[in-house]
Ligand binder design. Structure first.
Ligand SMILES: [Mn+2]
Length: 189
């Protein structure tokens, strides 16, 4: 199964440093999707968001979602800390989980994921994971809290991931916060 995915991010109005970051990574048959929202905004938040990205770019994906989240927690120690939502696909099963205010919604196969309270880099308890078998045509949308949780995914039906990200950010992004959207579609096997 292949993914078609895109992400888009921008800082809060009037700011150049972005405290959000996003990642789409394929490695050895695994796919990792991630959106990170460092606490606050500005340069220190951007440092944390970039530290998170460096961690997620090199962390082994074979060890599972809890291990990836623990690596992220360790990588963020001593900084601002962050919220993050991750989706990790191992070629059969998709596992989703996160800490703090980054949401995941889906069109198609339902993904019953609720973010676990806490702050990566500061304090985290055991993260609840949702486990599903994705199907062709499913669409996952991950977004930071700079995007309104009132967003209507139906508006993106028929749009490619890049266009869907642009529409959701334009329509639902809040000017008062960094905002990030990641859209990932399950393509034909
Ligand atoms: Mn935020």
């Amino acid at each position: 199964m292949r993914w078609s995915a895109a992400h888009r991010s921008r800082p809060r109005h009037g700011e150049t440093a972005n405290g959000d970051s996003a990642l789409i990574r394929e490695d050895g048959g695994h796919t990792l999707l991630a959106v990170v929202d460092a606490l606050g905004h500005g340069p220190l938040a951007a440092d944390a968001a970039q530290a998170a990205l460096r961690c997620l770019e090199q962390v082994p994906l074979t060890a599972g979602l809890a291990s990836v989240l623990e690596s992220l927690h360790q990588a963020l120690r001593g900084g601002r800390g962050a919220a993050a939502m991750l989706a990790l696909y191992d070629g059969r099963t998709l596992r989703c989980g996160g800490v703090g205010n980054v949401e995941l919604r889906a069109m198609g196969t339902k993904i019953p994921v609720l973010p676990t309270p806490g702050i990566l880099g500061q304090h985290v308890r055991a993260v609840r994971e949702a486990e599903v078998t994705p199907a062709r045509g499913d669409r996952l949308v991950l977004f930071s809290d700079g995007v309104s949780s009132r967003l209507e995914l139906e508006l993106t039906r028929g749009l490619l991931p890049e266009a869907a990200c642009a529409l959701l950010l334009e329509r639902y992004g809040r000017e008062t916060d960094d905002a990030t959207v990641l859209v990932a579609d399950v393509e034909n096997p």
